[in-house]
Ligand binder design. Structure first.
Ligand code: FMN
Length: 417
């Protein structure tokens, strides 16, 4: 993981809200990283949070008294003065209770009252156990906050404090730091670029209810689209079926089959300056999908004949003008050499080789460890890191190749069908 540069948050005033989650101890490390990065951090804790970690810890590390009580602080009017001076409010961890209070506009303690009086950006890093994140109430509160412009990070999937496994883990510290950095000092180094990203799997029908597909979750492609957008690019995301919400600010095109995806990508190629083909397109499809559901008692399945789908990456490579073309290679062994070979064969500028069999890497996971190979033959091995952080590293590698300055007009989106 890249070390945090010393002046990353220099001169920035951050209010760190800590609420009553078992993950409260992790915000001690977050506070240290913010202070090391040069930020002036004031910590506000909920009453419940003080049951998990002593305010003294935050007080010593931040160099400021920790505010916990709305009324004890009344002389300084902290519920008004703290947010007035803040460049950003970060609530990490954010409990389900805090999400609900912020979504509803409740103001029954210092932290929630402060959020309600604030006009600065708000970032929430939820952490919760026991399936709370998947509850409709929590989903609705999260959607309401996002709809109002708050940045609610997704908690991570994995082992939880209760011993269960699920989505609810406190987001990776580097993801939170990157989000704060993006909010405070947005890198707009992709401004003027038009980035066409594909993501997710495709579904190839066997009959009206069955299909051939693969394990792609779409997370890497969505992270690429989000990163490019946050860095100032215009982005079109062409996505196969996934369970992910469309990234904010991105033009979103939903497709189902490899054929649809091929059309959606090639028809937008002339618009793009950079094309990132992160989708896991099905290589084969049934030659003659049945219009009726196949009976399992019959013998129809025995005659299931497959044909190859179009190679979209090769098509894009043959049709492109000056666009930079980035591909992904999902491998289970000899990742770097297979990636190099695919880069050459498909005429790519950069390839991201991914060992999908490695722990914490590949389909469905929130993290990835990859090898980047570029057209100059440079090979960069990147350790396991969150996909959103990796997306920035990939964009940096594309930038190092020199993103083109071409401009073309937006395609007629009706051309795609
Ligand atoms: C041991 C323990 C761990 C908890 N962890 C969480 C958690 O990770 N996330 C959460 O939303 N609530 C968690 N709770 C419940 C909250 O502490 C509780 O809802 C509390 O009212 C939150 O108050 P606050 O939002 O004002 O900090 C936990 C409770 C206990 C007893």
């Amino acid at each position: 993981m890249a070390p945090i540069s010393d002046d990353r948050f220099l001169g920035k005033r951050i209010v760190l809200g800590v609420s009553g989650s078992i993950a409260a101890y992790k915000s001690v490390a977050l506070l240290r990283a913010l202070v090391q990065g040069g930020a002036d951090v004031s910590v506000v804790m909920t009453k419940s949070a003080t049951r998990f970690v002593s305010p003294l810890t935050f007080e010593v590390l931040s160099g400021h008294p920790v505010a916990t009580d709305l009324f004890a602080a009344h002389q300084d009017m902290l519920h008004l003065t703290l947010p007035e001076r803040a460049d950003v409010i970060v609530i990490a961890p954010a409990t389900a209770n805090v999400l609900a209070k912020c979504a509803l506009g409740l103001a029954d303690d210092l932290l929630s009252t402060m959020v309600l009086t604030s006009t600065c950006p708000l970032i929430l890093a939820p952490a919760m156990d026991g399936g709370m994140w998947d509850q409709p109430a929590v989903k609705a509160n999260t959607a309401a906050l996002r709809g109002r412009g708050a940045l609610v990070l997704d908690p991570e999937e994995g082992p939880l404090a209760s011993g269960r496994t699920g989505r609810g883990r406190f987001p990776d510290e580097n993801v939170i730091l990157s989000a704060i950095e993006a909010q405070l000092c947005p890198r707009r180094d992709w401004g003027g670029q038009r980035v066409l990203v594909s993501a997710g799997p495709t579904h190839e029908a066997i009959d009206p209810v069955r299909f051939i597909s693969n394990r792609s979750s779409g997370k890497m492609g969505y992270a690429m689209a989000q990163a490019a957008r946050e860095r100032g690019a215009e982005v079109i995301l062409v996505s196969g079926p996934t369970a992910l919400p469309a990234p904010v600010g991105v033009e979103f095109i939903q497709v189902l089959t490899a054929e649809d995806m091929g059309k959606a990508m090639t028809s937008r190629l002339s618009w793009a300056t950079v094309v990132i083909m992160a989708a896991a397109v099905a290589d084969f499809r049934p030659r003659r999908p049945s219009p009726e559901k196949l009976k399992k008692t019959g013998t129809a399945w025995k005659g299931l004949e497959l044909e190859q789908t179009d190679d979209i990456l090769a098509l894009l490579s043959s049709q492109r003008a000056s666009q930079i073309l980035v591909g992904f290679a999902a491998e289970t062994q000899a990742v770097a050499s297979h990636a190099k070979e695919k880069l050459r064969r498909k005429g790519l500028d950069l390839i991201v080789g991914n060992n999908v069999a490695a722990e914490g890497s590949g389909f469905g996971s929130d993290t990835n460890a990859v090898v980047l190979v570029d057209r100059e033959g440079r090979v960069t091995q990147l350790d396991l890191m969150p996909k959103r952080v990796l997306a920035d590293r990939i964009l940096d590698a594309v930038k190092a190749l020199g993103v083109p300055a071409t401009r073309s007009t937006r395609p007629q989106l009706s051309d795609t069908k």
